[in-house]
Write a protein that binds this ligand. Structure first.
Ligand code: ZN
Ligand code: ZN
Length: 417
């Protein structure tokens, strides 16, 4: 069976999240999106942990089920801040755990290192190497995944406080790292340019902090597995047997280009080089984004595709497309009415985005919107790239070419449903 998974989310106990982020609402919007499983988010947080225990029931395969039969798996995110090689490092990790027993031990470990009750994503002062050592001593079934691996401030490859390679970050523990999360601002073709990542699964998750339902599952992984089990999912990750990932255009992410948000300066890497990484407005160093950072660490030309690379879909969320065509805001009543009309007719957002026939969509959505949904399906929505924490903006002006590197150019588009 095909299982579409968003394995990095947050609860309402994380900072800058909405009180509406309850298990009930997460399930509701996951079902509307067409997701088949969610991470629990924030399992270290005592209050969220209580809610998980109260509302979900764990089976013998390490999957947590809601009363209405929706699966979750144990997931949390932590932040490490430490120095190594004379530089300050800040790295975020997604942690997946096989069952409640292991979650208890992991929680005990982090509690011995600091507080876990002030934020769903707590910060600790020890190294990535110590993290791997300590968690692997608890259980080899735990999965440790560098989160949004390219973002400038808080990631393993980040331009401001990261490393130049996984090896540099993890030393002789690097073999325990099987996957990275590529983050919104990079897509698989960008990651393919780094040789070290050939043996690493490229995962895509939403890292959804806000309640806004369109953000859940905006990036996701498609697994082909026999039954819903923790072992099955981990095995697929470790063997790099992911059928496909759902991606947004990397320009949509908050750190694709270089720049300064407050100065209104956004630059592609070649322009940044011309100004020697210095902001033309405030004369301070620019925040170097993901495109530039990939260029720095790449040891292959643009366009290189490794053998056995997983397929991917490049899609802007449906609500953004509706807002774009109809000229209303993403969170406006009109946008959501149209969104739900389409969901009612076709079942889930992924079905609308990937499968619904244009002629059928025209009846519900009108010609212009139906055409835009098809254009999105072809990976041809133009995006003004994000920079320095500012999201990219989709615009109505289509790229002339079909994207050849994403799965629209391949067979079996409808196979996933
Ligand atoms: Zn993070
Ligand atoms: Zn500036």
């Amino acid at each position: 069976m095909k299982l579409i998974a968003d394995l990095h989310i947050h609860s309402r106990h994380s900072r800058a999240t909405s009180g509406e982020l309850t298990l009930h609402n997460l399930e509701k919007y996951a079902r509307i999106k067409g997701l088949g499983i969610l991470g629990t988010g924030d399992f270290l947080h005592p209050k969220w942990r209580q809610e998980i225990s109260r509302e979900l029931k764990e089976d013998e395969n390490g999957i947590l089920w809601s009363s209405s039969g929706f699966p979750f798996l144990w997931q949390t995110e932590i932040s490490l801040a430490y120095s190594q090689g004379g530089r300050g490092r800040r790295v975020h990790f997604v942690i997946l755990a096989p069952n409640k027993d292991v979650v208890d031990q992991v929680t005990g470990f982090f509690l011995s290192k600091g507080r876990i009750d002030y934020d769903g994503r707590p910060i600790f002062g020890f190294s990535s190497i110590e993290l791997v050592e300590s968690l692997m001593a608890i259980s080899r079934d735990i999965e440790i995944i560098p989160a949004h691996a390219w973002t400038p401030w808080f990631s393993v490859f980040g331009s401001m406080s990261g490393f130049d390679s996984l090896k540099e970050c993890f030393g002789d523990k690097v073999g325990f790292i099987h996957a990275i999360e590529t983050g919104l601002s990079s897509d698989p073709p960008m990651n393919w340019r780094v040789k070290e990542l050939d043996d690493i699964a490229l995962l895509s998750n939403s890292d959804c902090h806000s309640f806004w339902p369109w953000r859940l599952g905006r990036e996701a992984n498609i697994f082909e597995i026999n039954d819903v089990s923790y072992k099955g999912i981990i095995k697929a990750i470790r063997n790099r047997e992911i059928s496909a990932t759902v991606e947004v255009d990397p320009g949509y992410g908050k750190y694709h280009y270089d720049g300064h948000r407050n100065c209104g300066i956004s630059l592609p890497p070649f322009e940044t080089n011309k100004v020697n990484n210095i902001c033309p407005r405030c004369r301070k160093p620019l925040t170097i984004g993901v495109l530039n950072r990939v260029e720095q660490l790449a040891n292959r030309p643009e366009g290189y595709k490794p053998e056995n690379a997983a397929a991917f879909y490049s899609l802007i969320p449906l609500s953004e497309i509706i807002a774009l065509v109809n000229g209303n805001g993403v969170s406006s009543v009109k946008t959501w009415k149209m969104f739900y009309d389409l969901i009612k007719k076709f079942g889930t957002e992924f079905k609308v985005l990937l499968e619904a026939p244009e002629a059928d969509m025209e009846v519900v959505a009108g010609e212009k919107l139906a055409e835009a949904i098809i254009t999105n399906r072809e990976g041809r929505i133009e995006v003004i790239p994000g920079y320095d924490g500012e999201y990219g903006k989709p615009v109505l002006g289509y790229k002339p070419e079909l994207r050849k590197d994403c799965s629209y150019g391949q067979k079996g588009l409808g196979d996933f449903f």
